[in-house]
Design a protein around this ligand. Structure first.
Ligand code: R5P
Length: 290
């Protein structure tokens, strides 16, 4: 039995200080989310900048051992501490990533077809219980607007959003652009807005040189820029810089980091661009000298 509190006379209720309220949450469109969901988002998006550098290494879920990901233990684990979040599958997480890792995880939650088949024919590929068991900070689901199985992939997302709301787990919608689709601002505006309207807490989409600011402006939740195919480092840094200037809340880059000649230098340079708005040429100098 605890001791009786005998210090009652010296309690201080600070009656002259108004009780502090928790205030506005710092991420766009996220103010009405529950505490657990905001807490998970705070692990993915740095509270100091409201931005994130996610390292995407989930490519194996549909295309097997992608160049640079043949040995995640050798090539990727040294990069993980430099990322704000790691986007991966549960298979790689359990088999290869140490459970002592401090980097939050955004877990690939959809899948099904390989690159040999119709990619939009995805289904939900994980139980929410397993995501909670793995202590991840968000789920990632592919949405193929305009794709053959568009409705099915939208339903995958809305089902995960429902489960995520039940347990405080944010969902990141990934706008997948089919081969036959024009990757322009008009398409991306529509795809991102559909994902946000139907409940995604944040959206991953591609950068476009013309009108990207209209994609971010018309999406009521944060957008992270997808990396896409490998570019020369200065070009990739320039793309990331422009996306940030045009309203992105971060990047989720894979091949442009792990296929770089110097992946650790590259992720550090990307981080400077994202969190410190470093100019691309300066970040490229850093990349070359570090
Ligand atoms: C895209 O559909 C998947 O999420 C990828 O496996 C991955 O995230 C793409 O990353 P990146 O295009 O930057 O290599």
């Amino acid at each position: 039995m605890p001791d009786v509190d005998s210090s009652g006379e010296v309690k201080n209720f600070y009656l002259d200080i108004p009780t502090q309220t928790t205030g506005q949450f710092y991420l766009k469109g996220s103010g009405a989310l529950d505490w657990g969901m905001q807490n998970r988002l705070s692990r993915v998006f740095r509270p100091a900048t409201g931005r994130t550098v996610m390292l995407a290494i989930d490519h194996g879920y549909f295309q097997g051992p992608t160049t640079g990901l043949e040995r995640v233990d050798v090539n990727i684990l040294p990069l993980v501490p430099y990322a704000d979040a790691l986007m991966c599958t549960r298979g790689i997480l359990r088999s290869t990533v140490p459970s002592s890792s401090a980097t939050p995880v955004v877990l690939r939650a959809s899948g099904g077809p390989s690159i040999l088949k119709e990619l939009s024919h995805e289904e939900i590929a994980i139980d929410i219980d397993d995501a909670l068991r793995l202590n991840v900070c968000a789920l990632a689901v592919q949405v193929f607007i305009g794709g053959e199985f568009e409705t099915q992939t939208v339903h995958n997302m809305t089902r995960l959003v429902d489960l995520g709301l039940r347990y405080g787990m944010p969902v990141m919608a990934v706008t997948a652009v089919g081969k036959e689709m024009a990757r322009d601002a008009r398409y991306l505006r529509m795809a991102c807005r559909i994902c946000a309207e139907l409940g995604a807490q944040f959206v991953k989409t591609y950068y476009v040189a013309e009108g990207f600011e209209t994609v971010t402006a018309s999406c009521p939740v944060p957008i992270v820029m997808a990396g896409g195919k490998k570019l020369p480092e200065l070009d990739a840094l320039t793309m990331a810089y422009r996306a940030m200037q045009e309203g992105a809340a971060g990047v989720d880059m894979g091949r442009n980091i792990f296929q770089s000649d110097s992946p650790i230098s590259m992720i550090q340079a990307v981080s400077k661009v994202v969190h410190e708005s470093m100019k691309p040429t300066e970040a490229y100098d850093l990349y070359k000298t570090s």
